[in-house]
Ligand binder design. Structure first.
Ligand code: B12
Length: 243
C-alpha cells in the first residue's frame, strides 16, 4: 500500500520536524531553519516554534509539506516469530523442557546509568501492568544494575552459569550503544566456546532490531518492550518453544 503523511487533510503530505542549529535565535536563524527544511524537501515549510537553548543554540520546530510516498510493502522489520505466553505457560515450558530454573543475568553496561528500562524488564514491579522476570518462579534473575563493565558481566554470567544475558543500552551518543554491544558480544565469544555461550539479548529505545547479526547478539528489543515478550522469547530460544 502506498501512503503519504497527513496533517490537516488526508494525504496532504504534512510533516513536523524538530532540530537545533548552533546559532543564536534571531531572524536570520529562523531563515536558516527554513533553508534547511527546504533542502530536506519540505515545500512549503513553516516555522512553528523557535527557542534559544543556552548561548548560541536555537531549537526549531518546522511544519511543512513533503512529496514523498511510503510503500508499506517495502518496510523491513523484525516480526515477533514466537508465541506470546502467559507467566504460567512460561514456567510450565521451562519446567518441562529444562527441568531446572532458567538463569538470567542482566546489566546496563559501559558508562550508561539508565536502569529504568532493564529494571522494568527484570524487577518484580515490571511495567505496563506486567510483572518483571523476577515474578516468574522458573526464572532465576540477577540484576547487576548500572555501569557494569564487560569483564564483570562475563565473570558473573560464567559464575551463575547464565542461560541468557540481558544488556540495556539507552545512551546512543557517538554510537556508544553499538560499540558497547559489539565489545560485549566479542568478550563472550572470546571467553566461552560456542555451545557454552549464553543467549545474548540487548535492549534500549534507540536500537534498530534488524542489527542483531551485525552486533553479534541473538536478539534486540526496542521501545515499549514488555517482560512477557522477553520471557516468551527466552522459552522460544532456550526451552524449545511452548509445546
Ligand atoms: C530518566 C532519565 C535519566 C535518569 C536515569 C535514572 C535511572 N536510574 O535510570 C538520569 C537523571 C540519571 C539520567 C542521566 C543522564 N541522561 Co538521561 N534520560 C532519562 C529519560 C528522561 C528517561 C529514560 C527512561 O527511564 N525511560 C523509561 C524506560 C522504561 O524506557 P526504556 O529505557 O526505553 O526501556 C524500555 C525499552 O527500551 C526496553 N529496554 C530497555 N533496556 C532493555 C534491555 C533489555 C535486555 C530488554 C529486553 C529491553 C530493554 O524495555 C524497556 C521497557 O519497555 C530519557 C529521555 C526519555 N524520555 O526517554 C533521558 C535520556 C535517555 N538521557 C539522556 C542523557 C544525555 C543523559 C545524561 C548524559 C545527561 C547529562 N548530561 O548528565 C546523563 C547520563 C548518565 C549516564 N551516565 O548514563 C539522553 C540520551 C541521548 C542520547 N542520544 O544518548 C536522553 C534521551 C534525554 C535527551 N533527549 O537528551 N537520565
Amino acid at each position: 500500500m502506498i501512503v503519504r503523511p497527513y496533517g490537516d487533510t488526508t494525504g496532504d503530505g504534512m510533516v513536523q520536524l524538530s532540530f537545533t542549529l548552533p546559532i543564536p535565535h534571531d531572524k536570520r536563524a529562523e531563515g536558516a531553519a527554513l533553508q534547511l527544511a527546504g533542502k530536506m524537501g519540505m515545500d512549503p515549510a513553516m516555522l512553528v516554534h523557535a527557542k534559544q537553548m543556552g548561548d548560541g543554540f536555537t531549537f526549531f520546530v518546522v511544519y511543512g509539506k513533503v512529496a514523498h510516498l511510503v510503500d508499506t510493502e517495502k518496510v523491513q522489520v523484525v516480526e515477533r516469530d514466537f508465541p506470546l505466553l502467559s507467566a504460567k505457560e512460561v514456567n510450565a515450558a521451562i519446567k518441562r523442557r529444562l527441568r531446572r530454573r532458567l538463569t538470567v543475568v542482566g546489566a546496563c553496561i559501559g558508562t550508561d546509568a539508565h536502569t529504568v528500562g532493564i529494571d522494568a524488564i527484570l524487577n518484580l514491579k515490571g511495567i505496563a501492568g506486567e510483572k518483571g522476570l523476577e515474578y516468574y518462579s522458573e526464572l532465576s534473575v540477577t540484576n547487576m544494575g548500572a555501569q557494569v563493565s564487560v569483564p564483570d558481566l562475563v565473570e558473573t554470567a560464567r559464575e551463575k552459569k547464565a542461560d541468557a544475558v540481558l544488556v540495556s543500552q539507552v545512551v546512543t551518543q557517538r554510537d556508544a550503544h553499538l560499540q558497547n554491544t559489539r565489545a560485549m558480544s566479542a568478550a563472550f565469544r572470546e571467553a566461552l566456546p560456542a555451545g557454552k555461550r549464553p543467549l545474548l539479548i540487548v535492549g534500549g529505545p534507540r536500537f534498530d532490531e534488524l542489527m542483531a547479526p551485525e552486533l553479534g547478539v541473538d536478539r534486540i528489543f526496542s521501545r515499549g518492550t514488555t517482560p512477557r515478550e522477553v520471557a516468551s522469547y527466552l522459552v522460544h530460544a532456550l526451552a524449545g518453544g511452548s509445546k
